[in-house]
Design a protein around this ligand. Sequence first.
Ligand code: FEO
Length: 170
Amino acid sequence: MLKDNVLKKLNEQIQLEHYSANLYLAMSSWCKVNGLDGSARFLYAHSAEEMMHMHKLFNYINETGSMALVSSIDAPQTEFKDLRNVFEKTFEHEKLVSARINDLVELAFAEKDFSSFNFLQWYVAEQHEEEALFLGILDRMDVIGFDGRGLYMVDKEIGKLSTVASQGPA
Ligand code: FEO
């Protein structure tokens, strides 16, 4: 069984990962209706990854004999200024997720909950990858630029990064 304070924070993380999935799905929809099919596909696939992050926490909590909670989550933003704005927000959001994971790791260690501490290492590594991924997209935008066919090229490049492209919208 998990200590109450660790359990509370793990359940809050479930909520945040679920919110992340919905945020990226909302962004995917915005991209799709604005003709940015590559980005729509990438964000749709990334939303599925966030659900996997959520389920991993859910299963871990239940395996310890504690109760994983499915709580209400706020509706995500649905309007964005432009494509760069979408990805600036993904990067900011991932930095927030990393900060929450770090807090959780610190708490697990302080509580001598080494099982949770060990479990959370996967998220530490994952957050490093996610921040690098989204920062890389912003860098790519800066290199290609948005002049002329720039937006088309940027969107195409982002589409290529999609891990499960075949599951995304056409
Ligand atoms: Fe599950 Fe992108 O953080």
